[in-house]
Design a protein around this ligand. Structure first.
Ligand SMILES: [Ca+2]
Ligand SMILES: [Ca+2]
Ligand SMILES: [Ca+2]
Ligand SMILES: [Ca+2]
Length: 557
């Protein structure tokens, strides 16, 4: 049997533990290690005290024999951990086929230290590389002990790969609404049980009616689809008279995938307005034509309609950290004028400049609402205050949640998170005056993120305010944030004036310094790569993942 059937059918949340009873997949203790299963928990523990370094370990031999769509997320649910002396904990995946390294050992495909939990860590997740797929592998857990009294143990409640999501609040449960979407990036509701979903690589807009994906696409346009290119963002606006407007952001090309198959340069990252008529999107009107060169990442793409009825969209620096654009919008004081990258845009629904402008009158700066953005996959307006918030993606570290006032400068490429881009603490951060950044004649204002991660591999994506009472007063208008790499759904309370997040204890510094600190704001786990979050007309929370699943969070009873 396939232990990990990803995508083809839902994985059992009991993951590895569920297979302890399978004769083909069982944990083998090695070298003074006990492996026990009690109360549903898997515990590995050291037997003897050693005076020298010892790798106590347990193996699970298995095979990840199904192809999957990234990300491949391995989640640990801890029961307890007890470390004495200098014990450390390691998880590792080795190639168990014939491929061996020079020293005759099975090749290590992936390895990580497990965090010291101190009894506080409930769960942790890791994104696995795709090279662990389609070959026999050995999954190993180690306790490394070194001298002195070292009886240590690691007890897991569960260990699973791309399993079913879990919510930390028992009063809320997760339903699977549908599976089988192809790389969905964004969604928008037309009405109750009626929504539009974008499929990235084929450049299509699909309608989902009562949980069923309709066969006929509402729109199919040619898109470049390498890496982060494709059909990326959508917003729907109903008008009192006339057709429903559908705003779409995509990487337009001559035919689907010609950037990959023929090395064609895309036509551009473009924002269009369409009319919805007879189950089709018609009358395209080009509103923005943004850069898509030199290459294929940091394209942003989310679209939102503001309380001012203007259209907002976001684009990153376009291409990676070395070859990205170097203009004043990336805080290069001697750089060229902004070229359309690293911006949150604000335009009218007809694509006109909104007056008065915020940062300058020259095109395209006259449409910039914010700048200094490395990349973003999430934007939403606070339904109480009308303020804009976004998520941004850091380089190695420094993923962010930001309160985005008009003229906001997020600091890239001098600052990311609260660090300068060499990852030293940024001297001017945490509220002090900025002098080294571009401010467009005093019109731009830098501010630190309201929340930032100093841990890597987060990839925050969608941000959504829960303007619903369906989960009780305690969640009304709270902020939910999705993430790509670890499959976490985060939850944040806002301060009374709603300009800050309420962050207690070790998060009071607004920095998640480690996984343990994050536990308080992790609301759900095991979602896979979240790409969008919406509140439905039914008042429930909808979560979309890149693996093609749409979830709905509803009250448990
Ligand atoms: Ca297409
Ligand atoms: Ca920033
Ligand atoms: Ca709340
Ligand atoms: Ca902290």
């Amino acid at each position: 049997m396939g232990l990990f059937i990803v995508q083809a059918q839902p994985l059992n949340t009991t993951g590895l533990l569920g297979n302890l009873t399978d004769e083909n997949h069982y944990w083998k203790p090695f070298y003074d290690t006990n492996v026990t299963q009690t109360n549903g928990n898997l515990t590995i523990s050291t037997i003897n005290n050693h005076t020298q370094k010892v790798f106590n370990r347990a193996f699970l031999q298995t095979q990840l024999n199904t192809s999957t769509i990234a990300p491949l997320i391995l989640t640990f649910d801890y029961a307890s951990q007890s470390a004495r002396g200098n014990a450390t904990f390691i998880a590792e995946i080795r190639d168990n086929s014939n491929e061996v390294t020079d020293n005759g050992r099975n090749k290590i495909l992936w390895s990580t230290f497990l965090n010291e939990t101190s009894g506080k860590l409930l769960h942790d997740a890791f994104t696995l590389p795709s090279n662990v797929l389609n070959k026999p592998i050995e999954f190993r857990l180690y306790i490394v002990t070194e001298g002195g009294p070292s009886h240590s143990s690691l007890s897991l409640k569960d260990l699973y790969l791309n399993g079913e999501p879990k919510i930390t609040d028992d009063n809320i449960k997760v339903e699977v609404l549908l599976r089988g979407l192809k790389f969905p990036t964004s969604m928008a509701f037309l009405g109750p049980n009626d929504l539009l979903v974008l499929e990235k690589n084929e450049g299509v807009v699909k309608r989902v009616l009562n949980g069923v994906i309709q066969n006929e696409s509402l729109l199919d346009v040619p898109v470049a689809n390498g890496m982060e290119r494709g059909m990326l963002g959508i917003a729907v606006k109903k008008t009192n008279i006339g057709p429903v407007h559908v705003f779409l952001y995509f990487t337009e090309s001559v035919k689907d995938g010609d950037d990959v198959s023929e090395k064609k340069i895309p036509l551009g990252n473009r924002l269009y307005r369409y009319d919805l008529a007879d189950d089709k999107l018609v009358n395209p009107k080009l509103l923005l034509d943004l850069p898509s060169e030199p290459c294929c990442i940091h394209y942003g793409g989310k679209v939102a309609i503001g309380p001012d009825n203007n259209v907002y969209t976001v684009i990153g620096e376009v291409t990676g950290d070395i070859s990205g654009h170097r203009t004043k919008a990336q805080n290069f004081r001697n750089g060229t004028d902004p070229d359309g990258t690293s911006a949150i845009y604000r335009i009218t629904q007809d694509g006109k400049v909104v007056l008065p402008t915020i940062l300058g009158d020259k095109k395209p700066l006259n449409m910039y609402y914010a700048y200094g953005i490395r990349n973003s996959f999430g934007m939403d307006f606070d339904p109480v205050t009308g303020n804009l918030w976004d998520t941004e993606n850091g380089y190695i570290i420094g993923d962010e949640i930001n309160f985005v006032e008009p003229g906001f400068n997020s600091g890239w490429k001098q600052v990311q998170g609260i660090w300068n881009t060499t990852h030293a603490p940024h001297p001017n951060s945490l509220g002090k005056n900025e002098t080294s950044l571009v401010d467009f004649g005093g019109k731009g204002k830098y501010s630190d993120p309201e929340f930032t991660w100093s841990t890597g591999m987060v990839g925050p994506t969608a941000v959504k305010f829960f303007n619903s009472t369906k989960f009780g007063k305690q969640y009304e208008n709270d902020m939910f944030v999705g993430s790509y790499h670890k499959g976490y759904l985060y939850h944040f309370d806002l301060s009374k004036d709603r300009n800050d997040l309420i962050l207690d204890g070790p998060l009071h510094d607004k920095v998640a310094d480690n996984t343990t600190e994050l536990q308080k704001v992790i609301f759900g786990q095991g979602f896979g790569g979240i790409t969008d979050i919406q509140v439905g007309p039914d008042g429930y929370l909808y979560v979309l993942t890149y693996e093609g699943t749409m979830f709905r969070l509803v009250p448990s009873t």
